[in-house]
Write a protein that binds this ligand. Sequence first.
Ligand SMILES: Nc1nc2c(c(=O)[nH]1)N[C@H]1C(S)=C(S)[C@@H](COP(=O)(O)OP(=O)(O)OC[C@H]3O[C@@H](n4cnc5c(=O)[nH]c(N)nc54)[C@H](O)[C@@H]3O)O[C@H]1N2
Ligand SMILES: Nc1nc2c(c(=O)[nH]1)N[C@H]1C(S)=C(S)[C@@H](COP(=O)(O)OP(=O)(O)OC[C@H]3O[C@@H](n4cnc5c(=O)[nH]c(N)nc54)[C@H](O)[C@@H]3O)O[C@H]1N2
Ligand code: SF4
Ligand SMILES: [Mo]
Length: 690
Amino acid sequence: MALASPPRLDVLPSVCPHDCTSTCALEVERLDPRTIGKIRGSRRNTYTDGVICEKVGRYAERVHHPDRLLHPLRRVGPKGSGRFERIGWEAALDLVAEAFTRQAQTYGRETVWPYYYAGTMGLVQRDGINRLRHAMGYSRWFSTICVTLSDTGWTAGVGAKRGVDFREVGTHSDLVVIWGGNPVNTQVNVMQHAMRAQRRGAALVVVDPYRTGTAEKADIHLAPRPGTDGALACAVMHVLFAEGFADWSYLRAYTDCPDELAAHVRTRTPEWAAAITGLSAGEIVDFARLYGRTKRSFIRCHHGFSRSRNGAANMHAVSCLPAVTGAWQYEGGGAVYGQTAIYPLDRSLIEGLDLADKSIRALDQSRLGPILTGDQEALLGGPPVTAMIVQNTNPAMVCPETHLVHKGLAREDLFLCVHEQFLTETAAFADVVLPATMFLEHDDFYTASGHTYFQVAKKVIEPPGECRENHWVIAELARRLGARHPGFEMSAWEIMDRTLRTSGMWDAETNWRGGGQDFALPFKTAHFLDGFPNADGRFHFKADWRRFGGRWREMPVLPDHLDVIDAATPDRPFRLVAAPARTFLNSTFTETPSSQERERCPTALLHPDDCAALGVTDGDPVRLGNARGEVVVRAKAQGGQQRGVVVVEGIWPNRRFDGGIGINALTSAEPGWPRGGAVFHDTAVSIRRA
Ligand SMILES: Nc1nc2c(c(=O)[nH]1)N[C@H]1C(S)=C(S)[C@@H](COP(=O)(O)OP(=O)(O)OC[C@H]3O[C@@H](n4cnc5c(=O)[nH]c(N)nc54)[C@H](O)[C@@H]3O)O[C@H]1N2
Ligand SMILES: Nc1nc2c(c(=O)[nH]1)N[C@H]1C(S)=C(S)[C@@H](COP(=O)(O)OP(=O)(O)OC[C@H]3O[C@@H](n4cnc5c(=O)[nH]c(N)nc54)[C@H](O)[C@@H]3O)O[C@H]1N2
Ligand code: SF4
Ligand SMILES: [Mo]
């Protein structure tokens, strides 16, 4: 009897497309042309260095999920009922194009609002929707849900979104500060490099309102009240100046107004900050001394602490610290928040920037609820939004003010097309649903924010059913709508290759073969020793908020506590942090069995004394409420956070909550200061036993 030959196992390179600053280099087992096995982290990328998160390691669960959308659908039941019938691609695309044309004829082109985000971070599949927008003169896009506040705060001081290479940390840093982020959940590679430093004897400090998995690993965990990091940073600077830790020769050579700053923080004492942050003055002084005496100190600034109304001011205040001690000068010293500005990529072909018309209104992504329910201010005085195509995002779960979002999506006069991998809660509201490929089923390329590689990925397997990539859908709609641009005539690969060549980067094939092109800057540039990317070459303690527009006049001129947060009141005495869950990624992976099993159910983490005062024990239902809505979750007592702080991890499906509405029913769509940005961790709530 002949033995069957064992299946041949191909291992192919890819890149994680998810909305995570790690952008890991992957090795994918291909079992056959349609099936994958395990996914592992690759060593070809020295930031990934063989490590990826558990949820992507188990990606076979998601890519081969029985609930994947496989065919175009047309709604047959009421809006949001989830009742659909199967139709063909031609018919589906015709319906969308007809609706867009009809609505534009009635209300003008601005009535159509293509809506997208970063479900895939691949630049062609993610941003090609903008080419259609610009070619058709549809409403423009003001992207605010994630990085607006943090980008604003960082660039206000440093001048551009780049910083020191995090790979230096493992071998050179003597102190690592993880500020306002939980990389154990949200970017495992930060932890990997930070713990390498810790094993060498470096101290690890975590600044986070609750005892996260990251805080568990820390030598010092500072747990301030949410939205108070500006005060903490100012008091640290007070101690640095008062106790001789300021590097005056560095300050004079590289910063704009050190004398004014020193005078300004003289009144920002540890006692002053203690009253605002809820930390003790002693904790603040101890941290400041540790930071001051350690030259090779590195701050990893995360997004988490910027998701407050004052988040840009807080980010700016924290970014001032290495400029005071001069830590930027040393290997393993300085800070990073993101590296997106290092790539020389010309995005015009991808996004059709040559056709963009600045006179067309740009609607705020995070204000979807107010926009769809006719808020004139949110609509910027223009026509109502009556037609949308949604790609790579699930606003019915992730957008603030869920009640308004759902009310708007349910409007009978709104034509909604959703291109998705699953029948998400957003897709359930659609008139037409289109099935989308996953990253292993199409070509794309990726910048990173946490590291410095630019990576090209090729399709690894064939898509199931009739799934189509975003680029194809956009090009087919363009054809039907009469939109013209060379990008619509090219394949995704051709766009990638042309873009890379125009940008003077490695061509697509060379990049793919080389496992990515590393754009790490030379030491002097990365550490800003040849100047900060501001016109005067200096770090700005005095931020020029005016250049960001909006409410710039209300911003503090020098770093400070900007008191505009949704403060606790006797009626709403708790401050809610709606933090990311470990095995979900925003709304993604809420469909996979292993993530559902690990995360269990929506849970409110409370100080044990608050649980006692509320008369609840672990597992009891509690009702969180404010003027926007009410949400029922299970209570859990947890040490390591202040009284009056409540944390609910994860963007769970609305249907997983008693009452059918999820955590973003409580969060606000009010734009952060000065120019917008969503404020997910800045919410005052009441809590009662349910
Ligand atoms: N597993 C998982 N990974 C993810 C995501 C996910 O949902 N799950 N989301 C992805 C996305 S879209 C992004 S943008 C990144 C974000 O990733 P990071 O930039 O690392 O930021 P987060 O981890 O979101 O930060 C959350 C932490 O900030 C803390 N925080 C909230 N408010 C404050 C504050 O006022 N001060 C301080 N000091 N801390 C505060 C929260 O308690 C929480 O622990 O992660 C990505 N990766
Ligand atoms: N409560 C609370 N809410 C939050 C946050 C929080 O911390 N707390 N964080 C906020 C942040 S930082 C962000 S970035 C947003 C993110 O919110 P979303 O943008 O909604 O997040 P994702 O879950 O990453 O992606 C959404 C969808 O993209 C789809 N998708 C993935 N790849 C493709 C593709 O190639 N084609 C198509 N057509 N679809 C694809 C996925 O199936 C998924 O349903 O959430 C925000 N909401
Ligand atoms: S850590 Fe982030 S980039 Fe890396 S595999 Fe996980 S989700 Fe993807
Ligand atoms: Mo994000």
